[in-house]
Design a protein around this ligand. Sequence first.
Ligand code: 2AM
Ligand code: CA
Length: 283
Amino acid sequence: MDANQPESIIGGKSFTAVAVNCAAKAGEWIKSKMGSITQLDTKYSMHDLVTEVDKGAERMIRNLIVTHFPTHSFLGEEGVEPGPEASAKALQDKSDAEYLWIVDPVDGTTNYVHGFPFFSVSIALAHRGQVIVGVVYDPSKDELFVAERGKGAYVHGRKMQVANESTLSHSLLATGFPADQHVALPANLKSVQALAPKVRNIRVAGSAALHLAYVAAGRLSGFWEYNLSSWDIAAGSLLVQEAGGRMTDITGESYHLGVRNIVASNNLIHNELIEELQAAART
Ligand code: 2AM
Ligand code: CA
């Protein structure tokens, strides 16, 4: 073994193996609990739900990660107070971490509660602020999306490649309706109104992480959403990049963990998509 090789490379395989193991275990458990929710709480607003399953799944994932990597840091949605300020501060507080696991135990909780089978477990590992492993697991379809930096993105062993649409008019996009009813929701409704006539169609399926995995898999040409948190995006960002896509914020700035207004695409439509989003924001 080369002593000069960074630990991220030496340990790369086992990091990914642990991430996959956590996602698979938590995903199976989440699925087994579907339809048996006894307590439903709201967080930031009546649109922002949390269940005992979100909390239990995060505990399960955190325990597994701590067992394998006791020196690593952990940022999970359920360990942070609700609301955008608390999310941003929690990430800022961990900005010195060498290795940081960023976890959303159930991305798409509203779907989960309603039995709409589009939710996921999202697990990322960042090394000095850069995502090096991203895993998104969809227990409803038993689809596991995995990316390692520099090694490609795979769904059940098949290499993923983003879609090849080169214009918005041929594109299938996805977005999300934010929980914040005052600023982010009206802003995104303007975007939808501007883009809907210009694209093939728009889907709003309710899990940002899974939408990003679908961009990576070439099932969506692009995705945008406002006011997301690091745990909604981190794992999916690497899937998209490793599948040949592009990740920026709405101004075109390259993706980093602090980005909340995310634009993901197959690269080919990216500039056109950003121009339309910015034009809509000016109206
Ligand atoms: P969640 O299910 O983990 O909360 C749906 O548009 C997307 O927005 C989902 O990824 C959902 O993640 C996320 N989301 C829901 N409420 C949110 C909030 N208050 N702040 C940020 N993201 C939220
Ligand atoms: Ca969640």
